[in-house]
Ligand binder design. Structure first.
Ligand code: NAD
Length: 504
């Protein structure tokens, strides 16, 4: 018997109406099926959006202070019980405990940012723009907003959006990844405990049917999507056609440029941490190291040495004195696909320096294991370079000059994150100015901004123009209104004036 992972509609678990439409959920470290997730059909989609719409109308009328109190309580509960959520993430995603806790903490920071919503929703006010006339701006919630999230951050990515959306007075329908759906139900229960009215936070589990249902629904006002580029583009086009506001964050191929004057030990540590952390299943993972000048051989040697020190294993088996550095990949299919890129890289002529296919993992034999893999002498035409692999495969490309490295990054179709490692402030400054990427690190390999800055890529890494969280997030989940007012004393104003109004 496996447990059914339900929807969450109108403040309670809902098993779904069609028992034949479910998906298997596996523990990647054991390979065993641990649950079945319900897949929404038209009935659940209607029920979810109708409940959210009704609840949202009431929620938007609550005072900002009353809404903020609920968000504060959610933050307190999350902070005190984050280990539970981290364990759920490890069991379905496979990332190790410290990594799962890091994900929860990063999400929590957005909850904390949303606790400041009274300040964030303040509008402008210009008295006496014309004689006796004042103008002010206000921001109001949109109504029902949909969030569609990927497998790799089952708690943090939804939390990039829903704390701000809810604090601003919207109702949220979350469609999590079907690969690790339990975190969303845990968070729904936490919202109930925090006192959020039923229907303001809804979880619709499922596949393309649930996604399309939200994209097409006339009562859904906005969509925040995070996932692969082809689906991000599809979501953006389809949801825009029905007049929705859309932000669709896509895939990545993040380059780390290492200049000859860089501290090579620092750079090698960073490449290994950012390349293999979370088994490379991060949109901000470093997948390409660009070694500039004559440092290539030394840098590759240092990276290879470090891969040999990594422990690969089941994150759920953490002991006080031992934790694996890297867990398994999310599914067997994905592990096999990533392994096929290793074969492809060899066949295309890249030098395989470290082969992760022969990994000795501390975990069950049927886990979806693949160890750190390192390619050298990769060229831009090889599939290991052109494709987002989303696994523990790091490619080293050699470049003769800074300009050649910069051109390589800028020619890439993705523009999510990038980093430069150098001891030269002038070179770093030029890079941060000239590189066509949304998030840039200087001697920092994963430049994920804080909750109060906004997160998002350029080019094929983002469809739409609004990044996640920070002030752009507040802007996305609210609509502006400008109000022009006068209160003339009786008898002091009036008369016809058909010309376009001038200020005086
Ligand atoms: P995915 O695109 O396969 O799935 C994302 C969501 O879309 C899931 O909820 C899934 O159920 C749904 N979906 C999948 N196929 C669909 C279809 N044909 N029609 C409608 N909906 C569909 O992505 P994933 O494999 O879950 O996540 C990994 C991807 O997410 C990587 O490409 C990664 O770079 C990207 N990602 C990007 C960011 C970012 O900030 N840019 C952050 C995290 C992950």
């Amino acid at each position: 018997m496996t447990t059914l992972i339900p929807h969450w509609i109108d403040g309670k678990a809902h098993p779904g109406s069609d028992e034949s439409r479910t998906g298997d959920v596996t523990n990647p470290a054991t390979g065993r099926v641990t649950g079945r997730v319900a897949f929404a059909g038209p009935e659940e989609i209607e029920a979810a959006v109708a409940s959210a719409r009704k609840a949202g109308l009431d929620w938007a009328q609550r005072s900002v202070s009353a809404r903020t109190q609920v968000v504060f309580r959610f933050r307190e509960l999350l902070n005190s019980r984050k280990e539970e959520l981290a364990a759920i993430i490890t069991a379905e995603h496979g990332k190790v405990r410290s990594d799962a806790l890091g994900e929860v903490s990063r999400g929590q920071e957005v909850v904390e940012f949303a606790c400041g919503i009274p300040h964030l929703l303040k509008g402008g006010n210009s008295p006496q723009v014309s004689t006796g006339v004042d103008v002010k701006s206000i921001r109001q919630p949109l109504g029902v907003v949909g969030i569609i999230s990927p497998f790799n951050f089952p708690a943090m990515v939804p939390m990039w959006f829903f704390p701000i959306a809810i604090a601003a007075g919207n109702a949220v329908v979350l469609k999590p990844s079907e690969k690790d759906p339990s975190a969303s139900i845990w968070m729904a229960e936490l919202w109930r405990e925090a006192g959020l009215p039923d229907g303001v936070f809804t979880v619709l589990q499922g596949d393309k049917v649930a996604v399309d249902g939200l994209l097409d629904h006339p009562d859904v006002a906005a969509i925040s999507f995070v996932g692969s580029t082809p689906i991000a583009e599809y979501v953006y086009e389809r949801a825009s056609r029905t007049g929705k506001r859309v932000q669709a964050l896509g895939g990545a191929k993040n380059h780390m440029v290492v200049l000859p004057d860089a501290d090579l030990d620092l750079a090698a540590d960073a490449a290994v941490s950012a390349g293999y952390g979370s088994a490379g299943e991060r949109c901000m993972a470093i997948s390409v190291v660009v070694a500039v000048g004559d440092i290539g051989d030394r840098l590759v040697e240092k990276i290879a040495e470090r891969t040999g020190t990594l422990e690969i294993g089941d994150g759920a088996q953490a002991q006080p004195d031992f934790e694996a550095d890297m867990g398994p990949l999310v599914t067997r299919t994905h592990r096999d696909k990533v392994a096929s890129y290793v074969e492809g890289g060899e066949a295309e002529g890249a030098t395989l320096v470290v082969d992760g296919r022969a990994v000795d993992a501390k975990g069950e034999a049927d886990g979806f294991w693949l160890g750190p893999t390192l390619f050298d002498h990769v060229t831009p035409s090889m599939s290991v370079y052109t494709d987002e692999i989303f696994g523990p495969v790091l490619s080293v490309v050699r470049a003769d000059t800074y300009q050649e490295a910069l051109d390589l990054v800028n020619a890439n179709r993705y523009g999510n994150g990038t980093a430069i490692f150098t001891g030269n402030g002038g070179a770093a400054r030029a890079f941060e100015h000239d590189v066509q990427v949304g998030m840039v690190g200087v001697n920092v390999p994963i430049p994920v901004p804080m909750a109060y800055y906004s997160f998002g890529g350029w080019k094929a890494s983002l469809f739409g123009d609004t990044h996640a969280h920070g002030t752009e997030g507040v802007h996305f989940f609210t609509r502006g209104k400008v109000v022009t007012t006068r209160w003339p004393d009786p008898g002091t104003a009036g008369g016809l004036e058909l010309a376009f109004p001038k200020n005086h």
